[in-house]
Write a protein that binds this ligand. Sequence first.
Ligand SMILES: Nc1ncnc2c1ncn2[C@@H]1O[C@H](COP(=O)(O)OP(=O)(O)O)[C@@H](O)[C@H]1O
Ligand SMILES: CC(=O)N[C@@H](CCC(=O)OP(=O)(O)O)C(=O)O
Length: 263
Amino acid sequence: MQKVHIIKIGGALIDDKKSLKAFLEQFSQIGGAKILIHGGGKIAETLAEKLKITQTMIDGRRITNKKTLKLVTMVYAGRINKNIVAKLQSFNCNAMGFSGADGNLIQAEKRQHPTINFGFVGDINEKSINHELITNMINLGLVPVFSAITHDKKGNLLNTNADTIAGTIAQALSKNFETELLFCFDKNGVLENVEDENSNLKTINKTEFSELKSQGKFHKGILPKLENAFKAKENGVQKVSLINEKKLSDQIKQGNEGTEICL
Ligand SMILES: Nc1ncnc2c1ncn2[C@@H]1O[C@H](COP(=O)(O)OP(=O)(O)O)[C@@H](O)[C@H]1O
Ligand SMILES: CC(=O)N[C@@H](CCC(=O)OP(=O)(O)O)C(=O)O
């Protein structure tokens, strides 16, 4: 089976020009098929503050009203996505940048919640992913770069968590490819103590996750990341790890960086 690396990067890295460039250079050097998924929550947050558009996060998801949807579409599918593609081109990586509306690549459903109005937030599952088109792009030697914007096929754009997009694309591709999913972020993996950079776990299974969660060891963005990581592993993705974004090349060469998800 052909191997594909599915790699996700988030807000803090994207906000740091030098680190982003260094990361994209490492990414462009990965041999074989690869896909990049990016968020950009931190940049959206900063711009929203400047424009005085109040932001609310619930369970790691951004409440997305009309104004916020306009903003995140410009930031994620526009500025960030095109900047990443241009940088990858400078490293001779033939990247193409997308929202989920392009080529009907990711068709989401507007989130329905009994008590909370999430606004234009899109939920997705494996069936949402146009894996045939992604496979065709891979076979052409192209490198797809996905932003966190999806659509509902009724003319609306939706905002979808980038960790969820990465996990779901990996799941959808795992039927026809050997898939390795890497969540790259600013820590050395899952930390037992978030204050101690050296407390990273080599592996984590579902029982350990539940125990640490109930002990209050996880805060902020790590929870949705881990939930998406376990879901992907449970649904056929061969290897799933959370690694430091500076260690991407080492992970590709040796495969033992950060924290590997086990069942
Ligand atoms: N136990 C933990 N191990 C690692 N990171 C943790 C932990 N608890 C909380 N975090 C926080 O989660 C953050 C990663 O989530 P987030 O900032 O949303 O990432 P991204 O924007 O890359 O998706 C880390 O920077 C860290 O501050
Ligand atoms: C619905 C929802 O929450 N969408 C996310 C999409 C961006 C994202 O996931 O960005 P990071 O990876 O940088 O956190 C948001 O707007 O924050």
